[in-house]
Write a protein that binds this ligand. Structure first.
Ligand code: DTR
Length: 342
């Protein structure tokens, strides 16, 4: 009898201890992790998605899995054109967008995709992030911006060699956003579409090449079709990662802090990754597909570059017309280029 009472008492004490332990767990953990969806438009192997997976890993690790990020590459949740509005309306909590696809919507930040000689993705990413923090443009008022980054400079990938302005004349080349004006200035026939539609357009012969950073030669296997690359090292493309305002406001303060702390680090990490990956892609294209990399001789390159100055002047004029300090923005980009090139 004594033995049975002891056993009941022990059982009772164990249950009591378990109840206490459960009460000590914070409500958020007891209810499971905060789940966030993260939409991206291009296929999984491309750099915007690689940086997305890195951000997911870091956030989950740094929050001890109190936040769980569900990633959707390849436009499976939101495509390139719906990214910003889809995040604003809450179709996805987080989205990664290429601002160059909507130059009229993101005027200020697209200043970085002017032909101003930004030398790399790392420098570009840090310039863009500083520019955003300085001006906080209204186009982002309805979301919280988590980070920004850019591509490496754009070059021409083509099925036929482009060695002179004569060669590029009338060539159907795919490019997005602000780069359209650059191709037009060189006499090409610019065909606009997001990166996600480009593999099919190349395959079907709708375009004879494209203008972008060179990591896609490997990531999207463009080296199979484009056996020539003309090095122009012209412009970079700005990207933003944004989170829905209600989703952001609902996060615990320490999680917000973790994400804020990641902003600059993620910009730098992505730029760095991009630069290294472009190099790897160039080596791979040479080795696997014998791609020829064409460097324009000095006088020829000068001709190409001289056609681009009017684009900068026009952008400043348009920006001023829309109420932006166009000249100051261009000046800031030049100063920041020096600062972040060191
Ligand atoms: N240059 C822009 C942006 C870009 C560069 N690489 C990728 C890869 C996947 C998506 C977009 C981009 C462009 O040509 O679209």
């Amino acid at each position: 009898m004594k033995y049975r009472i002891g056993k009941i008492l022990t059982g009772f004490l164990i249950i009591l201890a378990l109840l206490f332990a459960a009460a000590a767990i914070p409500a958020a953990v007891a209810a499971g992790p905060v789940k966030l969806s993260y939409a991206n438009f291009p296929p999984a192997p491309t750099f915007p998605c690689v940086q997305m997976e890195r951000w997911k890993t870091e956030v989950e690790k740094r929050t001890n899995n109190r936040v769980s990020v569900n990633t959707f590459p390849g436009g499976t949740l939101l495509d390139a054109k719906n990214m910003m509005d889809g995040v604003i309306s809450g179709q996805a909590d987080i989205g990664c967008l290429c601002m160059a696809y909507q130059p009229g919507r993101f005027i200020l930040t697209n200043g970085t995709s002017l032909p101003l000689g930004i030398p790399s993705a790392k420098t570009g990413s840090l310039i863009l992030w500083d520019l955003y923090k300085k001006y906080k443009p209204k186009s982002f008022d309805k979301v919280k911006v988590l980070t920004m980054f850019t591509t490496a400079p754009a070059n021409i990938m083509s099925k036929k060699p482009v060695r002179t302005l004569e060669d590029i004349k009338g060539m159907d080349l795919r490019a997005s956003g602000g780069a359209a004006q650059i191709l037009k200035a060189w006499g090409a026939n610019q065909v606009g579409m997001p990166m996600s539609s480009t593999p099919e357009a190349l395959q079907k012969g709708v375009v004879q090449g494209l203008f972008s950073s060179l990591e896609v030669m490997m990531d999207l296997k463009f080296a199979e079709l484009c056996k020539y690359v003309t090095m122009t090292d012209t412009v970079i493309y700005p990207f933003a990662v944004v989170i829905n305002m209600d989703a952001w406001n609902a996060l615990p303060d320490d999680v917000k802090q973790i994400m804020d702390d990641l902003g600059t680090e993620q910009a730098q990490w992505t730029g760095d990754y991009m630069d290294k990956h472009v190099n790897a892609s160039m080596q791979w294209s040479k080795k696997e597909y014998q791609v020829e990399f064409i460097t324009l001789p000095g006088p020829e390159k000068e001709k190409w570059d001289s056609l681009l100055q009017p684009i900068i002047d026009q952008w400043i004029k348009d920006a001023v017309d829309k109420g932006f300090p166009g000249e100051a923005i261009v000046e800031d980009i030049k100063i920041l280029t020096k600062k972040h090139s060191m």
